[in-house]
Design a binder for this molecule. Structure first.
Ligand SMILES: [Zn+2]
Length: 460
């Protein structure tokens, strides 16, 4: 970092130009370890999500809290940007927290006091993580949160909520949030692990106006017994080809369709969209129409989430090794622009995009939970063009071609199934390469990424 200002000069700039007070009372105290880092060895963090029905008063307080969190996030972002651009001073989480103390004293932002201060600090913590991801190179520069684009969310750490477990129903509790006087009406659709205090709670509101409570707990999840092929010590493996028309195709030919593309939703959505465009802008009826569309999207999202959850759990239970392709997800989503059918294609892509991300994320953590291995094959591996029977690499196939016949060996292929078979084979090659380098009896890590194994040239 060029000409970064530090030391006394930085402290002066922070105090005089940025509204960041000096550290005073904590100066001599050593920092306590972060909660997130102090978990017990072997414990996994797991989120349970429940629907919540707040009272009108609670909903209004939460709405103000969401607004305050968004404001603090954006203000913290602006401050960190200004500090660097104008003064070459870098601010971290602690400094933005001290600035927050100042904001709460200003007459024009005194309403910030209506939200719990730990909740606002968590918002700054999220900002700090966004910056860390940016500095690591794994994300773009943090963006401002907008009322329309971003999801409403507020995170409560342990001091920000009261959790009284119900002795009649272990794993459920009476939950009261900071700055609220009455417990939330939570629909406990399942029990969280009983007898422990959650690490943190997150309350969210989706575009359809539904409230949810996410409960983060630490629990010990025991790995499943290893899955072998019948009568052998060969791990059972599955290849997954992610696509646009079909969300996932397995190497045995099984296909998981994309729920958004189901006809029932297409028709309903089209009619609701027509409805919306007939209403006057800014009118009450238009807002109602918007909410109806948001509700439909929310329920499509629920269907997708449920589908992905059951699908990934089944795959992880049945197989020891799961192989996917490292997709250039962002490039794919950007590829299509234009009108009509191409625009629809772009939409399908962006929806698939989200679903793929979700799918990979779930496979990732479930493999970690249950002692499975996820192999991520390099994106340049010609999974579609290679014949899975004779391994001849054919010409590039247009997206419209769903089935083809190998000119070398005459095998007939379904495009996606063939790709899935190739992925499984390539994935197992990588798996064995990694396994061979380990001491006997030790299993490979839960993720093998081909791009990390630079010295291994992909098979032709
Ligand atoms: Zn062939």
């Amino acid at each position: 970092m060029a000409n970064r200002v530090t030391g006394d000069e930085a402290r002066r700039i922070k105090r005089e130009h940025l509204g960041v007070g000096d550290r005073t009372k904590h100066r001599t105290r050593t920092a306590a370890p972060l909660k997130g880092l102090s978990r017990e060895p072997g414990a996994q963090q797991r989120v349970y999500r429940f629907r919540v029905y707040p009272t009108a008063e609670q909903a209004a307080q939460l709405a103000r809290t969401f607004g305050a969190c968004r404001w603090v996030y954006n203000e913290g972002l602006a401050l960190r940007a200004k500090a660097w651009e104008e003064h070459r001073v870098s601010l971290g989480f602690a400094e933005t927290c001290r600035a927050l103390t100042g904001w709460k004293r200003l007459p024009e932002t005194v309403w910030l006091r209506e939200a719990s201060s730990t909740v606002l600090q968590q918002s700054l913590r999220h900002l700090d993580s966004a910056f860390s991801r940016f500095f690591r190179g794994s994300a773009k520069y943090p963006r401002r949160k907008s009322k329309h684009r971003s999801r409403d969310s507020a995170t409560y750490v342990r001091s920000g909520f009261r959790w009284a477990e119900d002795p009649e129903r272990p794993g459920t509790a009476s939950v009261t949030l900071a700055k609220q006087t009455t417990p939330l009406d939570v629909r406990w659709s399942r029990a969280v692990p009983p007898g422990q205090l959650p690490v943190k709670l997150t309350v969210t509101r989706d575009r359809a106006g539904r409230f949810f409570l996410s409960v983060l707990v630490e629990e010990f999840i025991s790995a499943l017994p290893e899955a072998f092929l019948p009568d052998s010590r060969e791990p059972k493996a599955v290849g997954l080809d992610l696509g646009l028309a079909t969300l996932v195709t397995l190497d045995d030919g099984e296909k998981l369709p994309h729920p958004r593309l189901l006809r029932q939703y297409e028709k309903q959505l089209a009619s609701l969209q027509r409805d919306l465009h007939r209403k006057r802008k800014g009118s009450k009826n238009r807002e109602k129409a918007r909410v109806r569309i948001a509700r439909l999207y929310a329920s499509i999202g629920d269907v997708r989430s449920d589908l992905l959850d059951r699908f990934t759990t089944r795959l992880v239970r049945e197989n020891q090794v799961l192989v996917v392709e490292d997709l250039p997800i962002r490039n794919l989503a950007r590829a299509a622009t234009g009108r009509g059918s191409r625009r629809k294609a772009a939409l399908n892509r962006s929806l698939s995009d989200a679903a793929w991300g979700e799918l990979l994320r779930r496979l990732h953590y479930k493999c970690a939970w249950y002692g499975r291995t996820l192999v991520i094959v390099d994106r340049f591996f010609p999974s579609t063009r290679r014949c899975s029977s004779c391994h001849t690499k054919g010409p590039k196939l247009d997206v419209s071609i769903r089935a083809w016949t190998c000119t070398e060996c005459g095998a007939a292929h379904d495009r996606d199934t063939n790709a899935a078979v190739n992925l499984r084979e390539e994935g197992m090659r990588l798996y064995w390469t990694v396994a061979a380098a380990l001491p006997p009896g030790q299993k490979p890590a839960c993720v093998i990424r081909a791009s990390d194994l630079v010295d291994l040239a992909p098979a032709a």
